[in-house]
Design a protein around this ligand. Structure first.
Ligand code: GLA
Length: 393
């Protein structure tokens, strides 16, 4: 690898799966690249345009090489990569550690080195690597090591995005295996319950993520509003039929804040060609993105609200400039107080110091506070603050 900063901070981009699943083609990917530029996603730091599953023919060619679907990608993948690169963006693709991908297309098992060479030839910069149809006789750990070896020696810098859904204690072995990010959860759904459960499942696992190997809580559903063509992703959390997913803009804002503070990669999953203004504002919020992209990638710690510990808590992330990013979340269904004692963050009252607070969603300064910060948070809502230490005297 030439670029020693590859994967330093969580990757940011867009992935076709959440909204489009199998309904992908050359035109869609090119339009997605256009949308990155047109709607300010590129300027906000989003970089990778990633094609997920269902891009290939069902059979390899006579030389054992993967073949792009002739109808969906009539000009091949190099042409798509060239277009994405011409926009100053990076190009991502998808394969699987097993014999087949989750949707039943050829996987890279026993083809790892030739596939890495093919991806390099096509100009791929990012590879998501799934876990379906994995033969039982060989540990997943070995398969991720294989592909990491193949990618790191294919002559091109390629981000390696492992996707084994948190199985087989992946946290314990993935960093040394060579992936730049690892999915720690099952697939997200476009509903509040799913967002909440995925976030909760990774609280306490912060020490496993970090520079060059990020804990991936799954792609974002921000702005999807029930727009997936995949029944499973589009399911409502209550299992009611007809299944209609979708969240409120407040819930999407909370989702984005959680993923940012938890150092997850920020891979957009909605149709970026048709974003509402509210969606665009959420996804391009620089004050929140800069929390996610802080160079040190320190995990956040959690302080629960003493009288509502199940639902209300703060996530606190130490930033490299000495400030703190503080997310205050209400997972419950009633308005609740969050009272953060600075003592719990390490600040003795006797120090004479306090915090100057900046609201990262309203983009305004809230003034100086000593000892504590108390606020009410609406159901499923959050407050994201940037706190700077100041002298109160
Ligand atoms: C798995 C992954 C998803 C997506 C699909 C594609 O379910 O977890 O993110 O890539 O496969 O089939």
């Amino acid at each position: 690898m030439d670029n020693k900063y590859l994967g330093l901070t969580p990757p940011m981009g867009w992935n076709s799966w959440n909204t489009f699943t199998w309904e992908i083609n050359e035109q869609l990917i090119m339009q997605a690249a256009d949308a990155f530029v047109e709607y300010g996603l590129k300027d906000a730091g989003y970089e990778y345009v990633v094609i997920d599953d269902c891009w290939s023919e069902k059979q390899r060619d006579e030389n054992g090489r993967l073949v792009p679907d002739k109808t969906k990608f009539p000009n091949g993948m190099k042409a798509v990569a060239d277009y994405v690169h011409s926009k100053g963006l990076k190009f991502g693709m998808y394969s699987c550690a097993g014999t087949h991908t989750c949707a039943g297309y050829p996987g890279s098992f026993e083809h790892e080195f030739e596939d890495a060479a093919t991806f390099a030839e096509w100009g791929v910069d990012y590879l998501k690597y799934d876990y379906c149809y994995k033969p039982d006789f060989i540990p997943g750990e070995v398969l991720y090591k294989r592909m990491a070896m193949a990618l790191r020696n294919c002559g091109r810098d390629i981000i390696f995005s492992a996707c084994n859904w948190g199985n087989d204690n992946v946290h314990r072995w993935i960093r040394e295996s060579g992936a730049h990010l690892f999915r720690s959860t099952g697939d997200i759904q476009d509903n509040w319950e799913s967002i909440k459960n995925l976030a909760l499942s990774q609280m306490g696992q912060e020490c496993y993520g970090g520079n060059y190997c990020h804990n991936d809580i799954d792609m974002l559903v921000v702005g999807m509003h029930g727009g997936s063509n995949n029944e499973w992703i589009n399911a409502s959390g209550d299992g009611a039929a007809p299944k209609l997913g979708g969240c409120t803009d407040t819930e999407y804002k909370t989702h984005f804040s959680l993923w940012a503070l938890m150092n997850s990669p920020l891979m957009i999953g909605c149709d970026i060609r048709k974003m509402s203004e509210a969606t665009r504002e959420i996804l391009t919020n620089q004050d929140v993105i800069s929390i996610n992209q802080d160079i040190e990638c320190r995990g956040a710690y959690r302080i629960k609200q003493w009288n509502n510990p199940e639902n209300v808590f703060s996530l606190i992330k130490l930033m490299s400039d000495g400030s703190y990013a503080i997310g205050m979340f209400n997972f419950g269904d009633r308005t609740s107080e969050m009272s953060l004692q600075f003592w719990d963050m390490g600040l003795p009252t006797a120090s004479g110091r306090g915090f100057d607070m900046y609201d990262c969603w309203k983009h305004e300064n809230l003034g100086k506070y000593s000892e504590r910060f108390v606020t009410n948070i609406e159901p499923h809502d959050c407050l994201v603050l940037r706190a700077r230490l100041v002298n109160m005297k």
